[in-house]
Design a protein around this ligand. Structure first.
Ligand code: CP
Ligand code: NVA
Length: 308
């Protein structure tokens, strides 16, 4: 069973093949109107369930459109409206859905829920974000970096802000794709030690620098994300804002990076909190390419899972 659960759980060769496939599929569309099917429709006759236990714009629409472009069909389900939200176990849900659909994409809270779904499903399961990671996003981000700047191997990325789920997936990617990562943020929001250890075990240089401008010095890309994630308690909002304000990505921080450094953000953003609008809308920003590339990267992920 080829589940796509995390970047560090997939081999380097398979990850590279998916990135290259995504870029080929993007090129092959070559100006075709957006919703129209691809020339090849490898998902013809396949049904995919997209399950959301948290809100989503990009993940929901990009999976839905991507699968339809490949000739497949989708159903978008909200966890709350399923028996899942009323006490039916994940394991039983996985067994039942596996009788109806060819692939399950799940966005949920605890990573354990995703793992349980994967353990009991007899069809591939794709991680559409958990509290712990967001691998589909970072696959799209690798496509984005490489289409703008060439090979990502050997570059140095800076993550500014909260060491959250998206940061963990960047660390997994650093280890797998061979780039370095500097984290800058408050000590209480340091990245997951397991993700840091994974990146280092694969030879990636991971450093922590509390001064954001020093961290950005000579960077190839500066990345940030929302200060309060969907799984964070609302009560933490004010404290997080106070702690993270010094790590806002602004013109001064961008100026410390290389002149051609990219600014990246998975979105949704809170403008003028984690990054200024000047940076988000500036010439170094590739945020909307990241959003578009969710579509292409996930099409490659789904094809890999289904072997089509
Ligand atoms: N970046 C991302 O996953 O966005 P959504 O929450 O809108 O899906
Ligand atoms: N860290 C954010 C990412 C949203 C795509 C969250 O989990 O809410």
């Amino acid at each position: 069973m080829k589940h796509f659960l995390d970047i560090h759980k997939t081999t380097r060769g398979e990850l590279r093949a998916m990135i290259d496939q995504a870029r080929r599929m993007k090129d092959a569309r070559d100006g075709r109107p957006k919703g129209m099917a691809d020339d090849e429709t490898p998902l013809a006759g396949r049904m995919v369930a997209l399950i959301f236990e948290k809100p989503s714009t990009r993940t929901r629409v990009s999976f839905d459109v991507g699968i339809r472009q490949m000739g497949g069909q989708t159903m978008v389900l909200s966890g709350k409206e399923m028996q899942l939200g009323h006490g039916e176990s994940i394991a039983d849900t996985a067994r039942v859905l596996s009788r109806y659909v060819d692939l399950i994409m799940l966005r949920t809270f605890e990573e354990a829920t995703l793992l349980e779904m994967a353990e009991h499903a007899t069809v591939p399961v794709v991680n559409g974000l958990t509290d712990a990671s967001h691998p589909c996003q970072i696959m799209a981000d690798i496509v984005t970096y490489e289409e703008h700047r060439g090979a990502i191997a050997g570059r140095r990325f800076v993550w500014s802000g909260d060491g959250n789920n998206v940061c963990s997936s960047w660390l997994h990617a650093a280890g797998q794709f061979g780039f370095d990562l500097t984290f800058t943020g408050p000590e209480t929001l340091d990245p997951d030690p397991g993700a840091v250890a994974f990146a280092r075990s694969r030879g990636s240089n991971v450093t922590i620098e509390r001064d954001p401008v020093r961290a950005a010095d000579g960077a190839d890309a500066i990345v940030t994300d929302t200060w309060v994630s969907m799984h964070d308690p609302e009560s933490a909002r004010e404290r997080r804002h106070n702690q993270l304000r010094p790590y806002q990505v602004d013109a001064r921080m961008m100026a410390a990076g290389k002149p051609d450094a990219l600014f990246m953000h998975c979105l949704p953003a809170h403008r003028n909190e984690e990054a200024t609008s000047e940076v988000m809308d500036g010439p170094q920003s590739v945020i909307f390419d990241e959003s578009e590339n969710r579509l292409h990267a996930q099409k490659a992920i789904v094809r890999w899972c289904l072997g089509v």
